[in-house]
Ligand binder design. Structure first.
Ligand SMILES: [Mg+2]
Length: 117
C-alpha cells in the first residue's frame, strides 16, 4: 500500500503501522519495550555518526528518517496510536510557530521561554 497523502507526518506514522502489521510485529497492548528502545537507540547512534561525518547529506536524512520510524515504534509499543501521534506533532508545529523573539530567546544553544518577570 502506498502512503502519499501529502501529509508526510501521517503517511509516515500510518506506513510504519502497516509495515509492522505486515511483518506481524505491530505491538498489541502491553509489550516489553526493550527491543523497541534498542532499535531506536541504534538508529539514533547511526544518525549521530552520519551527522558527525557530515559528508553525505542523503545518508544523514536517511538516518533521521530511521530515527523517526523507530521513535514511532516506541510509541506504538506503549499504546500511542497514529491519531495521537499526528495530533501531538501538529500541536508541536503550532507551539513552535507561535514562538517569537518576543516570547523566546536562544540561551546555551536552546530556544527558551523568556523570563516574564
Ligand atoms: Mg539506519
Amino acid at each position: 500500500m502506498t502512503h502519499n497523502t501529502g501529509d508526510s507526518l501521517r503517511d509516515l506514522a500510518q506506513s510504519t503501522q502497516d509495515f509492522y502489521e505486515r511483518f506481524g510485529v505491530m505491538p498489541k497492548g502491553d509489550v516489553d519495550l526493550t527491543g523497541w528502545i534498542r532499535n531506536f537507540q541504534e538508529e539514533v547512534h547511526e544518525l549521530i555518526e552520519a551527522a558527525q561525518d557530515g559528508t553525505n547529506k542523503d545518508h544523514i536524512a536517511e538516518e533521521a528518517a530511521d530515527v523517526f520510524v523507530t521513535a514511532i515504534g516506541v510509541c506504538f509499543a506503549t499504546g500511542v496510536d497514529v491519531e495521537k501521534l499526528v495530533q501531538q506533532m501538529y500541536k508541536v508545529v503550532a507551539k513552535n510557530d507561535a514562538k517569537t523573539h518576543e516570547t523566546h530567546v536562544v540561551s546555551d544553544g536552546k530556544i527558551r521561554r523568556r523570563n516574564s518577570g
